[in-house]
Each structure stands twice: as structure tokens, then as C-alpha cells.
Design a protein around this ligand. Sequence first.
Ligand SMILES: NC(=O)c1ccc[n+]([C@@H]2O[C@H](COP(=O)([O-])OP(=O)(O)OC[C@H]3O[C@@H](n4cnc5c(N)ncnc54)[C@H](O)[C@@H]3O)[C@@H](O)[C@H]2O)c1
Length: 367
Amino acid sequence: MDRIGFGLIGAGRQADRAHARAIVHSGLGTIEAVCDADEALARRRAEQYGLPPERCFTRYQDLLECSAVVAVTIGTPNHVHAPAAIAAAASGKHVFCEKPIAMDTEEALRMLEAVRRARVRHMTAFTYRFVPAMRYLRHVVAAGHLGTPRILRSRRLMDWPDESLGWRQIKSQAASGDLGDMASHRVDYAQSMFGPVRAVQGLTRIFVPERRLPDGRMHAAEVDDWCAFIAEFDRGVVGVFESTKLARGYGQGDHGTDDFEIHGAGGSAFYRLRDPHVLELGAAGGILAPVEVPVEFRAPVGTGVPPLSAEPSLAFRENQMYEFIDAVRTGRDCSPNFLDGARVVAVVDAVLRSATERRTVDVQRVD
Ligand SMILES: NC(=O)c1ccc[n+]([C@@H]2O[C@H](COP(=O)([O-])OP(=O)(O)OC[C@H]3O[C@@H](n4cnc5c(N)ncnc54)[C@H](O)[C@@H]3O)[C@@H](O)[C@H]2O)c1
């Protein structure tokens, strides 16, 4: 099959750093068009990707008219995900949409219905599923090495300055703060191993209610900058999640703390993003010891070949895009897809409601 022609909807940081780079690096896709609401940025990206002016758009509806575009990536603020994904599916384009896929469960369900009706491939970007140690951890759990899983714990802690977060701090564009932005990845990962979360009890805070814009003015922050919740899974597992970008001195991005622990009846496993090729394992009665992740868990899923990039933080992002491209080329389902994305949005909605109503809330079933 020929290489897959991509249109980028939203050409900001994630689209350039994670999507465009991975498409080009894969050797299996080409960038055929770009769209960003910011016209100057759209032009800059078009030049960067070697596109002629007629393949550069400010409206995704116009990009979707382009026949060279077989698949789109959606890397816009969260409130644009649903309208862009639904329009893309209706145009017969395969859709790779950033997380959280939607502003709420109802919107996520409409997206799921649209891609199913159009029979296009659909994927969302729970990027950390592709980190070698997380892939290996899933294997360790599935192989029964920890015995019956009981308890999991996730902490995503970073140190971002009190400056403006742009659309990320506006409720009508982001829906939630750290919850949808950071904790959502970890909820997806847990659900991918232990099935749906049944009920949650959550707490959120806005510790920094105003943030400084580049021009010095202050701008209200409308969404959580700290969240924590406990979760009950269908299969009896319980989970504790915490996420914030206010952990001073903890660094940013891949340097921040991203820990995930599982305690089973027969042992424990501990993963941290800073060591993406190492997992700590301990059997009952013993102590945790580092184990090198076998090389097959570093390769793109199902290939056994080395990762595209030698740099670990790029390799798992490229392996994520490989999953989408390979699914489009072979006509198989993607993982994680919009069903996984919708199940996470349902958990986010339940945590927000739980925090507001100060009670345990059941998570809406999504199938
Ligand atoms: N998977 C991950 O690990 C990961 C990491 C970072 C961001 N993200 C997600 O990626 C998305 C984008 O985040 P970002 O950090 O790149 O933000 P960003 O602000 O850098 O980029 C968003 C871009 O979308 C453009 N845009 C806004 N409305 C648009 C519209 N209607 N049509 C076309 N373009 C439009 C903006 O002008 C901007 O350039 C978010 O959903 C975010 O949650 C995911």
C-alpha cells in the first residue's frame, strides 16, 4: 500500500512535536495538508513541511476537501476535537484525535457513533501506553506474575510556573485541568489492564486562581490544578490517582514524576517514566529490584523491529503513530481507540461530579 497522506488539524506544539515528526519518521506516511486557526502558524508549518500555499488552511472543513488527505490528526484544544473528528469521519477520513477526546461523555459518544457509522479507523493519543516499561508491566500483569491484582497507585507530578496556560485554563475549551490533561492517560492505562472503572470518589482544587499572561495581565484559571480520586474497578481492583503541575521542584514533561504501582496477591511492580526501560519487580516476602525491559517491548507494537528513534522519549511517541498508520494500512482496529477515549471521559465526568457533590459517583457505562 502507498504511504498514508495526512492532514494536520491544529498545528501547535503536540501536532509538530509528536504527530508530524512521527508521521515523517515512520516512512509510512506523508504530510499533505495543514490547518491551524492561527493563520501565521499555519503558514509557518506549511513552509516547514514543504507544502504549497493551497495545502495550508485555517478551517478544517477546507482541509477535509483535500483528496490527498486519507487520515487526519487532531491536535487542537479539547473543545474542537468533537466537531473536527465528526466532520473528518463524515468525509471518510481516518481519525487520530488527541486526548481527552471530548469535553464530556455525551460528546464522546457522538464521536464514537460517527467513526463507527463511517467505518473509518479511529485512535486517541494515550501516549504513555507505548512507553516500554508500561507495555512490559501490562505483560507482567497479564502473565500472572503479580498474582491477582488488588491495588494500583498513580502519581503524575510536575512543576509548571504560575504563568498562563492558554486554553488549558479555560473551562469551555479544556473541560477540566490536570484531570483531563494528565490523569486521563493513567486512567486509560489502568482500564486497559483492569477493565472499566465502576465508581469514583474525587477531590479537585484550584490553588492558582489567576495566571499571568505574557503582557503582564492576569487571567482567571477555571479548572483544577490539583486532583485526586480513588476508583473501584469492575474486576475488584481499587486505584488511587493524583495529578498536579504544582509540585515545586519536580521538573516538567518527561523529567517530572510519573509513577505507577501495582500490588497483586503475589507481588508488586513499580514503574517511573524517568526510567522508561526499567521496571521494578518484587515477589511477596521480597523487596523491589530493577529489571531491564526486554527489547521486544521497545519496538512498535507487533513488529519486533527496533524503535524508530533511539531517544526513548521520542521512540514511544513514534511507536504510537506507527500503531495508527499500521491500522489504517491493514484495516484493523487501533488501540487505544475512541471507545477507550470515551470510557476515560466518562471517568473524568464522574470525578468532576463527585468533587462537586462530595460523594461517590458511579461511572456511566460506555460500550
Ligand atoms: N498525548 C499527549 O501526550 C499530549 C501531550 C500534549 C498535548 N496533548 C493534547 O494535544 C492537544 C493540543 O495541545 P497542544 O499542547 O499542542 O496545544 P497548542 O495550543 O500548542 O496547539 C493547539 C493548536 O490548535 C489551534 N487551533 C485552535 N482552534 C482550532 C481550530 N478550530 N482549527 C484548527 N486549529 C485550531 C491553535 O491555534 C493551536 O495552534 C490537546 O488536546 C492536548 O490535550 C496531548
